[in-house]
Design a protein around this ligand. Structure first.
Ligand code: SF4
Length: 375
């Protein structure tokens, strides 16, 4: 009947609890930010220069709702609102701190260890974290990498069966359409020598509504798939984020969390303790506490390594083994990760003809105890 089509009312299928709505309404410029946050002069300058610097602003309305619009020291705000200090270079700063460009055997593929490789499937993220190790390339505007762009990397993985563990990263692959994510995962899963596939994503933190039934249903046939996520502060463990973590665990994804140690965000033992306990409650394993990489323009967000050591010392004994991550330095130049421990070994006495060797250990209680070796 003529005219009937025009009478049909289109029911909006997108609302704030829809991930596409969140991405479409993300804050992307200084005007959008200034309308919602009382910016300091440094933040305003930083936000104005973000696009020129080649590292844009991106904040989902959901994540914006977690930050304090009146308090520049808010730990959520410090992670995503740029500041003029991003123009400051300090000694040791590097554009590509992990030497990824020098360890790239194929386009979009990074290999720094014999048995694992990282595939960069998009340069898009749901938010742009101001401490990002890949700030040199994320948010570049190219978006999801097309099939032909990833073909040489997949060919390389097929030709190198020693690579058993592939991390799908970027950017954040979970910002892509479900069909494209499933295609990429299926292509990697089809390589017989690949045993483990890891999805590196900040979506559980900044866009938890993305972890919907459609996505989990499309991925679960490709298990084992591990999710490597990135909570930095207990405020991020909202009801929505906790529900997202539980949906992942219920769908069979082991969830590992890598926190980056950041000045003014999570550099207090009480903050980390609350974060790690909260993660374990939701079946996410605090896996690494990463010393922040020396990315150019992030000196104001980094802490001296001694701070990480003091925090680990304070947390030892306070948290069980499943809640206590390793403190890791990813060494500049791409030479690999190094676990760093407080010094619990006080002295080592080698064995003699009459006496077995012994090691004097300092416990978390501060007492010294000898461990005697077998004869
Ligand atoms: S989500 Fe990850 S890749 Fe994207 S900006 Fe944040 S830290 Fe960088």
């Amino acid at each position: 009947m003529p005219g009937l089509r025009s009478l049909r009312v289109r029911v909006p299928d997108e609302a704030p609890d829809d991930w596409r709505w969140q991405l479409r309404h993300s804050i992307r410029d200084v005007a959008g930010l200034a309308a919602r946050v009382r910016l300091t002069e440094s933040e305003r300058l930083g936000a104005e220069r973000a696009a020129q610097r080649g590292f844009p602003i991106g904040i989902t309305p959901y994540y914006l709702g977690l930050l304090d619009p009146e308090d520049p020291s808010c730990p959520i705000r410090r992670q995503v609102v740029p500041s003029a200090e991003e123009d400051v270079t300090v000694p040791g700063d590097l554009r590509d701190p992990l030497g990824e460009e020098a360890h790239s055997p194929a386009p979009e593929l990074i290999q720094r260890y014999p048995d694992r490789a990282l595939l960069l499937v998009t340069d898009q993220c749901a938010v742009y974290c101001r401490f990002c190790t890949r700030s040199r390339m994320v948010g570049g505007g190219l978006g999801p990498r097309p099939e032909q762009r990833l073909a040489p990397a997949l060919e390389y993985l097929r030709a190198h069966p020693e690579v058993r563990d592939v991390i799908l990263s970027g950017g954040d692959l979970l910002t892509m359409a479900t069909r494209r994510i499933a295609q990429v995962v299926a292509a990697v899963r089809a390589i017989p020598s690949v045993e483990t596939i890891r999805l590196a994503t900040r979506v559980p933190v900044v866009l938890p509504m993305r972890l919907d039934a459609e996505l989990l249903g499309a991925l679960r046939s490709h298990h084992p798939l591990w999710v490597m996520t990135h909570f930095n502060h207990p405020k991020e463990l909202t009801a929505e984020a906790r529900a997202g973590l539980n949906r992942l665990a219920d769908a069979g994804f082991p969830v590992m969390n890598q926190s980056v140690l950041l000045r003014g965000v999570n550099d207090r033992a009480e903050t980390l303790e609350a974060l790690f306990r909260g993660l374990v409650r939701e079946r996410a394993r605090p896996y690494y506490l990463l010393q922040a990489d020396p990315v150019r323009g992030t000196g104001h967000l980094r802490t001296p390594l001694s701070v990480g050591l003091e925090l680990m010392e304070a947390l030892q004994g306070r948290l069980s083994g499943i809640a206590l991550p390793k403190l890791i330095v990813d060494t500049p130049g791409g030479m690999g990760k190094v676990p760093v421990l407080p010094s619990w070994v006080v002295a080592r006495t080698p064995a003699t003809a009459d006496e077995p060797g012994r090691t004097t250990l300092r416990t978390w209680r501060g007492v010294e105890v000898d461990y005697v070796d077998p004869p």
